[in-house]
Design a protein around this ligand. Structure first.
Ligand SMILES: Nc1ncnc2c1ncn2[C@@H]1O[C@H](COP(=O)(O)OP(=O)(O)O)[C@@H](O)[C@H]1O
Ligand SMILES: [Mg+2]
Length: 269
């Protein structure tokens, strides 16, 4: 379990990125922080592994304040996947994936075999292992980033807009793979995105943020759709434009569900 207790962050230049944020993120499930650019998502995410320290308040992992942990060790114990994969261009794919293990003192041979296994876990062909990141497609690079996040088998995985830079088809593939992986692995995932569709697809718990990391609403996707907290949430999730509105039409005695444009979406059982 990760817990934020009245966390705030003001950067040295005076920018208040997070005003007062409290939240519990249950273990072995995915919490998605979703909000517009600049609302404080990355700042909140990086507080978990102490890439950012809060100006006030605490972040706890399993009831222990991360402030009492050595930042380097803490970072090694937590998986981190960045938007632009963050791969080192002059190191082979397998060495990129093995980096967290090598930094943690794992021997070269052992690290390599575990890195190869992690590449397989994320669906990458082992023949790509000895290429350089620049010789892979964007989607493959993102997969390598996920493999690196998972290689040390961390309990907590932080993902900062990891699929933001790839085309929509590859993005949909990566999202499905993450869902499958999470079904098997059961990590505590904190996932950041500005895309509400991605948030609803991946999140067990979805946190809709306003500027300053202010929580507009927390809930399951179904709870948020059923009972949006206010106009901001209605608009953010697209309820105001009728985009989410489904209607029932009787067709040959069956109840067919149609979307806002009248297209058939399914049949009620
Ligand atoms: N190191 C920093 N120094 C000063 N301001 C920062 C720094 N990092 C982020 N900010 C500011 O804090 C706010 C929140 O940033 P961020 O957490 O990166 O938002 P998001 O990830 O939601 O786009 C923004 O106004 C951003 O410009
Ligand atoms: Mg960000």
């Amino acid at each position: 379990m990760i817990e934020y207790r009245s966390v705030a962050k003001t950067f040295p230049d005076g920018t208040e990125a997070v005003h007062d944020f409290s939240l519990v993120l249950p273990s072995r499930s995915t919490t998605v922080l979703v909000g517009s650019s600049g609302c404080g998502k990355t700042t909140l995410l990086r507080m978990v592994n102490r890439m950012v320290d809060p100006s006030s308040g605490q972040v706890l992992i399993d009831d222990a304040d991360v402030a009492s942990r050595n930042p380097v060790e803490l970072r090694r114990s937590i998986g981190y996947v960045m938007q632009h994969s963050g791969l080192l261009p002059h190191r082979k794919v397998v060495d990129n994936v093995a980096t967290p293990l090598r930094l943690g003192g794992v021997g070269r041979r052992d690290a390599r075999s575990r890195a190869l296994a992690a590449l397989e876990t994320v669906g990458l062909d082992p023949t790509l292992a000895d290429r350089y990141p620049g010789q892979l497609s964007g989607g493959q690079q993102q997969r390598v980033g996920v493999a690196r996040g998972l290689v040390a088998d961390p309990n907590v995985l932080l993902m900062d807009e990891p699929f933001g830079a790839v085309d929509p088809i590859v993005r949909a593939e990566l999202q499905q793979e993450l869902l499958h992986l999470q079904r098997d692995l059961g990590k505590t995932i904190v996932f950041v995105t500005h895309d509400i569709e991605e948030a609803f697809l991946l999140g067990d718990q979805v946190v809709i943020l306003r500027k300053g990391g202010e929580i507009a609403q927390v809930g399951t996707p179904a709870q948020i759709l059923a009972d949006p907290a206010d106009e901001f949430v209605r608009s953010f999730v697209g309820l105001d434009r009728g985009r989410r509105t489904l209607r029932i039409q009787e067709v040959d005695g069956k109840r067919v569900v149609v979307d806002a444009d009248g297209r058939a979406a399914g049949v009620l059982a």
